[in-house]
Design a protein. Structure first.
Length: 197
């Protein structure tokens, strides 16, 4: 039976949940497409601008971006070429290797990010109406799923606590050796700047 079969969903909560995730992914794609159209960009170009805005030079290169978004280097190169033509990003040469470069947002690129990154507002609005315990339970389930998908190779790049060298289980609890402190479930990060594989 298929998780997309409504009869299967009615019989199996697992199928209903997977179908729900698929529906949410459709919503994200639609919201992103709408924002991209408003900026006269493609969805991947908007995603690249947002990613570049919030990540360091070590991650803002074609090779890393291709792995991050699960696409080919030529796809990223084409997207970057358009962003350069539109003066939204610029290349910054690597000091150690002149063949390598990272990408930096221009002031115009920052404006595009500021006006387009709010495509997730319908999700944020819904979450704002939830209680703290409900949010913590949801986050615990989501972070566990993300970690499992990373572990089995479905998600290739992950800067999550569970696959970080600083993460430990100490007395059955989450612990960060970098912070030298225990971590509660709501302290677990999905995109940690200090992450080390």
């Amino acid at each position: 039976m298929s998780v997309f079969d409504p009869e299967e969903q009615n019989k199996q909560p697992d199928s209903k949940i997977v179908a729900g995730f698929e529906r949410l992914s459709q919503v994200f794609r639609t919201l992103l497409w709408d924002q991209a159209k408003a900026q006269q960009l493609s969805p991947i170009q908007v995603q690249l601008l947002i990613f570049i805005r919030y990540h360091g030079a070590d991650k803002n290169n074609v090779s890393y971006l291709a792995r991050e978004f699960g696409v080919t280097k030529p796809t990223i190169s084409d997207a970057v070429k358009v962003l350069e033509e539109k003066k939204l990003v610029r290349r910054v040469a690597d000091q150690a290797d002149s063949r390598r470069y990272s990408l930096l947002l221009s002031p115009a690129g920052k404006k595009v990010v500021a006006s387009s990154e709010n495509f997730t507002v319908p999700f944020s609005d819904w979450l704002a109406q939830r209680g703290q315990k409900e949010k913590e339970a949801l986050w615990q389930s989501l972070s566990g799923l993300i970690a499992a998908l990373n572990e089995n190779g479905t998600i290739s790049i992950q800067r999550h606590c569970f696959n970080c060298t600083h993460y430990r289980k100490k007395g059955g609890a989450h612990f960060c050796s970098l912070l030298d402190a225990p971590l509660h479930s709501n302290d677990l990060r999905i995109d940690c700047p200090e992450h080390r594989e």
